[in-house]
Design a protein around this ligand. Structure first.
Ligand code: NAP
Length: 279
């Protein structure tokens, strides 16, 4: 019987997940569809009940539902709970399990670009949901130190404090985004996890120019999680300085690939998924 998967979001029409996941099903000859489900915030509980009633095989969850969905599931994995966000729902019989594949997706994207976080020092810019996922992903991958930098220092401090109990052997620190010279001088990796570099943001250039990229060691890697545009102002400057750069499409691809693997138990057809994303 044809399986139905989908993504809950509001709005959701812009999502690249349907095309990416349907390409994956096609590539492996799996009889399944993946549907964008526009769900108003006040209808989220109804939508999750609908997933159960309709026997939906699995789902992704995007803005603004990633946090609110937690209370509606039967079980939530510890890392998703620590991050405070579920982006993937896995069905196990009648039970719905919440997972976060953004964190391991980031680590896979970095690995694909030749960056292995174990024992490294990273600086994560931003203190929102993407930053939280990045911190947990890097901690799980054995980073020695992750410094969270935000324009509001109290937000960075709160994030580092909150995630310290789940960071294992990874030390967490907080910094002011405007004073990053010292942290950058010792960094192996910078993960840009603010929305400042998004397409159309007036502040993108000034934000990029404000970062002390010259202080980074020559072998450092700079990853911007924003994927629209693919080459952000931060990546352009980092590349001009000769640094290794990783764009945000890698994390988008790999979070989807891990979700696919969780749903189907099969290796994700990365090439087919990537081709669709890039297009
Ligand atoms: P969010 O929860 O809204 O957090 C945004 C963060 O950016 C906040 O810390 C905010 O600071 C900061 N920020 C915004 N404008 C800034 C500026 N001009 N200067 C300094 N800081 C600024 O958003 P999110 O969910 O974390 O997502 C952040 C970005 O990551 C999104 O734009 C998205 O495109 C990208 N993302 C990519 C993937 C992927 O798969 N590649 C996955 C998730 C997210 P304040 O709190 O001070 O406002």
């Amino acid at each position: 019987m044809r399986q139905v998967y989908g993504i809950l979001g509001w709005p959701v029409a812009h999502s690249r997940s349907p095309a990416m996941q349907e390409a994956a099903f096609r590539a492996l000859g799996i009889d399944a569809v993946y549907v964008p489900f526009p769900v108003r915030p006040e209808r989220l509980a109804d939508a999750v009940a609908g997933l159960r009633a309709l026997g939906i095989a699995g789902a992704n969850v995007t803005l603004p539902h990633k946090e609110a969905v937690i209370a509606l599931l039967d079980e939530v994995e510890p890392d998703a709970r620590a991050i405070g966000a579920v982006n993937t729902i896995v069905r196990s019989g009648d039970r719905l399990l919440g997972a976060n594949t953004d964190a391991p997706g980031l680590v896979r994207a970095l690995a694909e670009a030749g960056f292995e976080p174990k024992g490294t020092r990273a600086v994560v810019l931003g203190a929102g949901g993407a930053a939280r996922a990045a911190v947990v992903g890097l901690a799980r991958a054995g980073a020695a130190l992750v410094t969270v930098a935000a324009r509001r220092l109290d937000r960075a401090e709160a994030l580092a404090e909150e995630l310290a109990p789940v960071s294992g052997g990874t030390a967490l620190a907080a910094a002011d985004l405007a004073r990053l010279g010292e942290a950058f001088a010792q960094a192996d990796l910078v993960v840009q996890a603010t929305s400042a570099t998004l397409e159309g943001r007036a502040e993108a250039e000034a934000f990029a120019a404000s970062l002390p990229l010259d202080a980074l060691p020559a072998q450092a890697t700079v990853n911007d999680l924003v994927y629209e545009p693919r080459e952000t102002a931060v990546l352009r400057r980092a590349r001009a300085r000769g640094l290794c750069t990783v764009d945000g499409l890698g994390m988008l691809l790999h979070q989807g690939a891990i979700a696919f693997e969780r749903w189907t138990g099969r290796d994700a057809p990365l090439a087919a998924m990537r081709t669709t994303l890039v297009r």
